[in-house]
Design a binder for this molecule. Structure first.
Ligand SMILES: Nc1nc2c(c(=O)[nH]1)N[C@H]1C(S)=C(S)[C@@H](COP(=O)(O)O)O[C@H]1N2
Ligand SMILES: [Mo]
Length: 358
């Protein structure tokens, strides 16, 4: 739908030039691993130009032995490669009614890459975290003056925190994406990968790791990338963390014409946080009846699982509404309706796609 009106850049939809925001047309999904040239790009500020020979990563805060490490030294540490799906917390915003502010992502602010790097735990151990430490703040080299009327004065760096336990378990500091050096758009020379979390936590252009003994309340932790949680009549801002379970349909795409009385392949992907996708169902009649689809990929923790289904299309021409619905190993499924306290983020209610049978 949007491809006709929207400019494409190297096959990606340009959502904005400055800052650069690119989306993968989700109908292009055809592999477990998303190629770098298709992977969505989300930035808030100009991409920092970093000379890796002059770059240092500082590890500091509530640690016994703060230190700085350079690129060459990082490469000498034992690396790991993990597949992980990154999804922007605002993915699918274009489906919200009424329209809300923010990048109007359709289905493609999501992708899966093989990330190679160093477990964050290795650096935390080297720094000797003090007892009483609770969180780890990750700071990017990018920043600027904000436009929000509630902005702090002066420049703000993009930064986010994660609980110490999560930081020690599976957070990776990646310098490669799909076997190549991290491209500038994706965080060269080093970015965090926080598996299972919305991607705002996967800080790009990493320059500082700050261990802290109290909850971090920075701009992108509270004023932005947070949602309202209720305690009766009071509401509190809670930082976004885990990705919520979701299934998306890649093909047929919104508005596509499919032949009547034929077999049409319907396929897509589903993902969740810290569990496995156990079932994806598809409705081709707007939610009245559901059929189980077939998985394509084996289940992988914190990475999507593609699915497919052969749809025998109606005999008669007309509109058909397709909806996919995922269930995971925790027994979680997707809500039918949107929860407005989620604001402009965490959009995982059922998303109907209409196609034309002809
Ligand atoms: N330093 C820094 N890290 C960042 C961001 C950013 O603007 N600056 N954007 C975040 C958001 S909101 C998302 S969705 C992901 C996008 O990662 P990608 O561009 O590699 O797809 O990066 C995250 N990390
Ligand atoms: Mo994002």
């Amino acid at each position: 739908m949007q491809q006709d009106e929207t400019q494409l850049r190297g096959g990606r939809i340009v959502r904005s030039e400055d800052p650069l925001n690119l989306e993968m047309p989700f109908e292009r999904l055809d592999n477990f691993i998303t190629p770098i040239e298709s992977f969505y790009v989300r930035t808030h500020f100009p991409i920092p130009a970093i000379d890796r020979d002059a770059w240092w990563l500082n590890v500091e805060g509530e640690v016994e032995k703060p230190f700085a490490i350079n690129y060459e030294e990082l490469l000498e540490l034992e690396s790991r490669t993990i597949p992980a799906t990154l999804e922007c917390a605002g993915n699918n915003r274009n489906f919200l009614e009424p329209k809300v502010k923010g990048v109007q992502w359709d289905l493609g602010a999501v992708g899966t890459a093989a990330w190679t790097g160093i477990p964050l735990s290795i650096l935390l151990d080297r720094a000797e975290v003090k007892p009483g430490a609770r969180e780890v703040i990750l700071e990017g080299a990018d920043g600027g003056v904000l436009e929000d009327p509630k902005r702090p004065s002066g420049k703000v760096q993009f930064a986010r925190s994660i609980p110490l336990a999560k930081a020690r378990t599976d957070v990776l500091l990646a310098y490669q994406m799909n076997g190549s050096d991290l491209p500038p758009q994706h965080g060269f020379p080093l970015r965090a990968i926080v598996p299972g979390w919305y991607a705002m936590a996967s800080i790009k252009w990493l320059q500082r790791v700050i261990v802290t003994d109290r909850p971090f309340t920075g701009y992108y932790q509270t004023m932005d990338y947070a949602y309202w949680a209720r305690r009766g009549d009071i509401a509190e801002l809670v930082p976004l963390t885990e990705m919520q379970i979701k299934a998306e349909i890649a093909k047929p795409a919104q508005g596509e014409i499919v032949p009547a009385n034929s077999n049409v392949r319907v396929h897509g992907a589903a993902w969740t946080s810290d569990g496995e996708i156990t079932k994806v169902e598809l409705s081709t009649d707007g939610g009245s009846t559901w059929s189980e689809t077939n998985p394509i990929d084996k289940p992988t923790r914190n990475a999507w699982r593609r699915w497919e289904y052969t749809w025998h299309t109606p005999l008669k021409a007309g509109q058909a509404t397709l909806i996919a619905r995922a269930t995971d190993s925790h027994g979680c499924s997707q809500p039918a309706e949107r929860d407005p306290d989620r604001g402009t983020y965490m959009i995982n209610h059922l998303l109907p796609i209409s196609v034309e049978v002809r």
